[in-house]
Write a protein of this length. Structure first.
Length: 528
């Protein structure tokens, strides 16, 4: 007698069953080593050919072992440099059968292969995703071994459990994201036959011009950790916090761009120091907070400032006879004192900034932090693929192995490679680049080979009195409405930059004592 299980009982039973292995193929680092051995380095110009040539040697294991000695940080995490340092990285795998002795897989059984790059974030993996041509950036990996190709994607689990996974995915709706697949190649047949292994290799990506096209995630400055928020608040001008009444500098005088408050030294005292602090306040409003913009946070900050009344004139009894609200005054003063516009409306400095209690002061602070949140979303560029020097990545290879006749190919994954971080462009230990500078006797032979198109406004500025320009005065100049095409010798520009660099290195060495490691000169024989 055949017993039919109730559908609910069948589902519960399926959930308890171990995953079904639909294949007998294993992808492992070449030579059978652990995941830490998958990545090798090379400094040769033809680095792929150089690594494959190592595999032709009888001692290929030792050759690969030397290439696996890579730089690690103090936390023992692998550190890979960018291509600018002329050091390159490959992953080497072999495809073997899941049988005693691990015999090689016939390459004809492999129906495609690839490599994915993943980033470790908060204890889970993220992949570089796209939806059609749109780059969606780093998104969490929901199914670690799902097929990167959404058109071939199925449930990792088989049977009834897999069917349930498909139903759940269908109900969630929305187009699934595809993970970026990088090329993975099979080594030449002759090489694989010679060493008796099916070798797969791919380039480990450590640089990219790609950027996420997703909107920048807003940062809630009001929700920052207490210590970080306290530093942000400390940075804000005192005019955006609770504060006692204060006399304003140069009160009742017409504002003038010649005051140049942003050029006043930070340590200035008295009225000059007060004017410098007020200029910093205006600069924060205009540049950092975009307080005069149209965003919701900016409008809220201006609404709060509008409640602050600034006296412009008082009678003999100290009673205010003329006033302006802080929002209107600050919006008019910023272009004059920050960007140097003329005071066409005759705006004057109010007499004082009144006492701002805790309630209003804290509201001003919160509104300013909200402005920073909006400003962050507006000015921070879309995140590049390799963002941040401390991020950790790993690569993982996959192949699609053909099964029995008429059975679909099954995807087989390798383990994750050793985690690594990508060092910034300025940090590298690759071969140095040599730039040959010309001899002074060669100057006459150097013809101009780069040209600059100079507009009239800039040419008139450069044609003026440089001493007056240095002192902030009008340098004069010919005031001609003519465009100029100025040609220079690029080698001489390079030489000038080298001379200026040495001057500044010598000056800064007094402060930083860096000459011993930032400039290394050794005598060499005369070049032939």
């Amino acid at each position: 007698m055949t017993t039919t299980l109730h559908p609910a009982a069948r589902r519960r039973l399926a959930e308890r069953m171990p995953p079904v292995h639909d294949h007998d193929v294993v992808i492992r680092p070449l030579g059978g080593h652990g995941a830490r051995e998958a990545i090798v380095g090379a400094t040769e110009q033809e680095f792929i050919d150089a690594v494959l040539a190592d595999l032709e040697k009888t001692n290929w294991r030792q050759a690969l072992a030397s290439r696996r000695v890579l730089r690690r940080g103090s936390d023992n995490v692998l550190e890979l440099t960018q291509p600018i340092h002329r050091r390159f990285y490959l992953v080497l795998y072999e495809a073997v059968c899941r049988r005693p002795g691990g015999p090689r897989v016939d390459p004809r059984r492999l129906d495609g292969m690839g490599l994915v790059l993943r980033r470790r974030e908060e204890g889970r993996w993220s992949g570089w995703m796209h939806e059609g041509p749109a780059k969606k950036g780093w998104q969490p990996i929901l199914e670690d071994e799902a097929d990167p190709d959404v058109t071939r994607r199925g449930s990792v689990r088989g049977g009834a459990a897999g069917h349930l996974d498909k139903l759940i995915a269908r109900r969630r709706g929305g187009a699934p994201l595809a993970e970026q697949v990088l090329p993975l190649f099979a080594a030449p047949v002759d090489l694989c036959t010679k060493i008796g292994r099916t070798v797969l290799y791919g380039l480990v990506p450590v640089s990219s011009g790609e950027r996420s096209e997703e909107a920048v995630k807003p940062r809630d400055y009001n929700g920052l950790p207490a210590t970080e928020k306290a530093e942000m608040v400390r940075h804000l001008s005192g005019f955006l916090k609770p504060r006692p009444r204060i006399d304003l500098p140069r009160k009742q005088q017409a504002l003038s761009p010649a005051w140049a408050p942003l050029q006043i030294p930070a340590g200035a005292t008295g009225e000059e120091g007060q004017l410098g602090g007020f200029g910093t306040f205006l600069h924060q409003l205009m540049v950092e907070l975009d307080a005069f913009g149209t965003g919701p946070a900016a409008r809220e900050l201006m609404r709060l400032l509008r409640t602050i009344v600034l006296p412009v004139a008082k009678n003999s009894r100290g009673q205010t006879t003329a006033s302006v609200n802080a929002a209107d005054f600050l919006a008019a003063a910023a272009p004059i004192l920050v960007t140097g516009d003329a005071n066409a409306r005759g705006i004057v400095m109010p007499i004082e900034w009144p006492d701002v209690g805790n309630a209003l002061g804290n509201q001003l602070t919160a509104a300013a932090l909200s402005c920073l949140s909006e400003r962050y979303a507006a000015v921070v560029p879309q995140a590049p693929k390799f963002d941040g020097n401390s991020r950790q990545y790993a690569v993982r290879a996959f192949v699609r192995a053909r099964g029995a006749e008429e059975c679909p190919a099954r995807i087989v994954w390798s383990d994750y490679s050793d985690q690594f971080r990508v060092l910034p462009w300025w940090d590298g230990d690759g071969p140095a680049t040599k730039i040959s500078l010309p001899s002074i006797s060669d100057f006459k032979r150097m013809k101009p080979n780069v040209s600059f198109e100079v507009p009239p406004s800039l040419s008139n500025l450069l044609g003026g009195d440089m001493k007056k320009l240095k002192e902030g005065q009008d340098g004069g100049g010919p005031q001609l409405d003519i465009f100029w095409l100025c040609s220079f010798s690029l080698p001489i520009i390079t030489l000038c930059a080298f001379i200026v660099l040495n001057i500044f290195l010598t000056l800064f060495n007094i402060l930083f004592f860096w000459m011993a490691f930032i400039k290394i000169c050794i005598p060499i024989p005369r070049p032939k």
